[in-house]
Design a protein around this ligand. Structure first.
Ligand code: GLA
Length: 562
C-alpha cells in the first residue's frame, strides 16, 4: 500500500547539482549539536522492517516467520538485529485507560508476546508510532483510528518499555508544524523514552506528509537515526530531488552532503533497503547496499526474508561491507571527487584503513580513479581488498577500477606508514568534512594532543546516572569549560567507587586501571571553547553501589562538580 498523494515538495539546496565540481569537498554547515547519548545505536542499526514488502498487511504470524527467517537465513549471524513492525499493528482504539494496544485480530497474542518471541531468538523488537494524532496509514485513511502519541508520550513510552521494545520508529505523518515544532515534538518522545528506563533506539522521520526537513538540520540531538528523504522505492532513479518516491541515486544525492552529521549514536537514515525486491539489476542492488554501508546509513532490510535468492543473500550478508558499515568510528564516507558521473567516496575506519567507493552514476562502464593521498593516506605501499570479490591487490598509491554503469566498486585500503597521525584536526565544528580532499583526516582514536590548556579550577563536571540495572548502570558526564582558554584535547580522570568497572563508552575512549578511569576525547569533541561544554556517556558494572565519583581532573587540573 502506497500513498498516491504526497504533501508539498521542497527544493533541497543540497541537490547533487551543487556538488558537480571535480575534486571539490562536500561542504555543509557544521553543527555543535550534542548527539543523543542513550547508549544505543553506536553503529548504524541493522535489521528488517515490514513496510517495504508488506505495507499494512501484517500480523503476528508474518512477523514470527520473518523473525525465524532472520535466524535460519544467517541474517542474524551476519549482524542484523532489529525486527521492526511498521505501521498498522495497533488497535484503532486505545483501552479505557488510554493505553495503546495491539490490533486484536492481527496480533491476538499481544505485543509483549511478540517481543518475547523476538527476544527468545536473540533479536530485538522494533515498533512504529506517530507523534501527532495519526500514523501515516491513518492519515491516508488506509487504516482506521487516530492513535498517535500526542498527549500520551509518557504513557506510550512506558508501554513500549513494558512490551520490551528496543527500537521506536516515530513518523511525523502530517503536513503541519514548523521544523522547530518538529524538533520540540520529537524531543518530547526522546525524553519520554529516556524516562521509561529502557534503552530504546530512537528512529525518526520528519519528512512524511511534510516539507522535507530531514536534510535541513543535524537531528543527532534528538534521535539515533533520522530519515533524510521521502520514501524509497525499488527503482534506480525516480527523477525526484526529494519527493515521492525516491530512487537509490536520488537518496544518495541528498545524503552525501550530510556527512558531518554521522557519528556514533546518530546517523543519517537513507530508508529501509530495497535489495531483493526486484525493480533493479543485480549491479544496482549491489550499489545500493554498498552505498548504504559506506555512507553509514542504517541497514534495515525491506525484502521478504523467507524466500531470498542467492544473489540477494550475497548482497545483504557481505561481511566486508557490513564491517565497513559497522566500523566503530561511526563516520559517513566523505566525497573525495565527483565529475557528474564518477563519484568517489571515502570512509576512515577505526584501524586506520580507509574504505573507498568508486561509484559510476552513468549508464555505461567507465574507469574511476583516485589515489591513496586523496583519501587521506600517506606512504607508498598499500593493499586493496575488493569488498565484492575478496581479491587483494597491491598499489603504490593509484586506486582505480573499471566500473559498470550504476555500479560501485568498494576497496578497503590498508597500508601506508602504519598508524595515522593521532591529531584530532579540530573540535566539534570540524567533523570529517572539511579539507579540500574531503576527509579521512584524523587518526583513528584522536587522543588528546596537546597538554593541559586549562588552568586549575576552570572546569566543571556534571555526572549523572541515567539508568541502572542489577549489575550495572549508565552514566552521562558533561565537562564545562569555565575558564577563558579553549581546551584542545581533553583527558578527564576520576576514581570509581566500590569495584565499579567501566565496560563501554561513547563519545570518549577510556582506560581503567584499578579504580582510576581516564576518559579521552574522540575526534569530533576534542575542543571545548570557553563557556562551552561537551558530553560523553558510559556503561559500567558495579558491585553493590553506583556511588558517584568525586575527584575529577581535566588535563590534570581539578574540576568542580555540579
Ligand atoms: C511513511 C514512512 C514509511 C512507512 C509509512 C507507514 O510513509 O516514511 O517508511 O513507515 O509511513 O505508513
Amino acid at each position: 500500500m502506497r500513498r498516491l498523494v504526497r504533501g508539498r515538495r521542497m527544493a533541497i539546496a543540497l541537490a547533487a547539482g551543487l556538488l558537480v565540481t571535480a575534486g571539490a569537498a562536500t561542504m555543509l554547515p557544521t553543527s555543535d549539536a550534542q548527539a543523543l547519548e542513550n547508549g544505543v545505536g553506536r553503529t548504524p542499526a541493522m535489521g528488517w522492517n515490514s513496510w517495504n514488502t508488506f505495507g499494512c498487511n501484517i500480523n503476528e504470524t508474518l512477523i514470527r516467520q520473518m523473525t525465524d527467517a532472520m535466524v535460519s537465513s544467517g541474517m542474524r549471524d551476519a549482524g542484523y538485529q532489529y525486527v521492526v513492525v511498521d505501521d498498522c499493528w495497533m488497535n484503532p482504539n486505545r483501552d479505557s485507560a488510554g493505553n495503546l494496544q495491539g490490533d486484536p485480530s492481527r496480533f491476538p497474542s499481544g505485543m509483549k508476546a511478540l517481543g518475547d518471541y523476538i527476544h527468545a531468538r536473540g533479536l530485538k523488537f522494533g515498533i512504529y508510532q506517530a507523534p501527532l494524532d495519526r500514523t501515516c496509514a491513518q492519515y491516508f485513511g488506509s487504516y482506521p483510528g487516530a492513535t498517535g502519541s500526542q498527549g500520551h508520550e509518557t504513557q506510550d513510552a512506558r508501554q513500549f518499555a513494558a512490551w520490551g521494545v528496543d527500537y521506536l520508529k516515530y513518523d511525523w505523518c502530517s503536513p503541519s508544524g514548523s521544523i522547530d515544532d518538529q524538533v520540540r515534538t520529537f524531543a518530547r518522545m526522546r525524553d519520554a523514552l529516556a524516562a521509561a528506563g529502557r534503552p530504546i533506539l530512537y528512529s525518526i522521520n520528519s519528512n512524511s506528509i511534510h516539507s522535507k526537513t530531514g536534510p535541513q538540520r543535524n537531528w543527532g540531538d534528538v534521535s539515533n537515526m533520522w530519515r533524510t528523504t521521502e520514501d524509497i522505492t525499488n527503482t534506480w532513479n525516480s527523477g525526484q530531488t526529494n519527493g515521492y518516491p525516491m530512487g537509490i541515486q536520488n537518496i544518495v544525492d541528498v545524503t552525501v552532503p550530510l556527512v558531518g552529521y554521522a557519528r556514533p549514536g546518530s546517523f543519517n537514515d537513507m530508508d529501509m533497503m530495497e535489495v531483493g525486491r526486484g525493480g533493479m539489476t543485480d549491479t544496482e542492488m549491489r550499489s545500493h547496499f554498498a552505498l548504504w554501508a559506506i555512507l553509514a546509513s542504517p541497514l534495515i532490510a525491506g525484502n521478504d526474508l523467507r524466500n531470498m535468492n542467492a544473489a540477494t543473500q550475497t548482497i545483504l550478508k557481505n561481511q566486508n561491507l557490513i564491517a565497513i558499515s559497522q566500523d566503530t568510528l561511526g563516520l559517513q564516507a566523505s566525497q573525495v571527487s565527483f565529475d557528474g558521473t564518477r563519484r568517489v567516496l571515502a570512509k576512515r575506519l577505526a584501524n586506520g584503513d580507509v574504505a573507498v567507493a568508486l561509484f559510476n552514476q552513468g549508464a555505461g562502464a567507465t574507469t574511476i580513479s583516485t589515489s591513496a593521498t586523496a583519501i587521506g593516506l600517506s606512504g607508498s605501499s598499500f593493499t586493496l581488498l575488493d569488498a565484492w570479490t575478496n581479491a587483494t591487490s597491491s598499489t603504490s598509491g593509484n586506486i582505480s577500477a573499471s566500473v559498470p554503469g550504476h555500479g560501485t566498486v568498494v576497496f578497503r585500503v590498508s597500508g601506508g606508514p602504519g598508524t595515522p597521525t593521532a591529531t584530532p584536526t579540530a573540535g566539534p565544528t570540524a567533523t570529517p568534512t572539511a579539507g579540500p580532499t574531503a576527509t579521512p583526516t584524523a587518526g583513528p582514536t584522536a587522543t588528546p594532543t596537546t597538554g593541559p590548556t586549562t588552568a586549575p579550577g576552570s572546569c566543571q563536571v556534571t555526572y549523572a546516572i541515567t539508568g541502572q540495572w542489577p549489575d550495572g548502570f549508565q552514566g552521562d558526564v558533561t565537562i564545562r569549560n569555565t575558564g577563558t582558554a579553549p581546551v584542545n584535547g581533553w583527558s578527564l580522570r576520576w576514581s570509581f567507587a566500590n569495584g565499579q568497572q567501566l565496560n563501554q563508552a561513547w563519545s570518549a575512549s577510556y582506560t581503567q586501571s584499578g579504580s582510576q578511569v581516564t576518559a579521552t576525547n574522540v575526534s569530533w569533541n576534542g575542543s571545548i571553547s570557553p563557556g562551552g561544554a561537551t558530553s560523553f556517556g558510559f556503561i559500567a558494572n558495579w558491585a553493590g553501589s553506583n556511588a558517584k565519583p568525586t575527584a575529577f581532573t581535566l588535563n590534570g587540573a581539578a574540576c568542580t562538580t555540579a
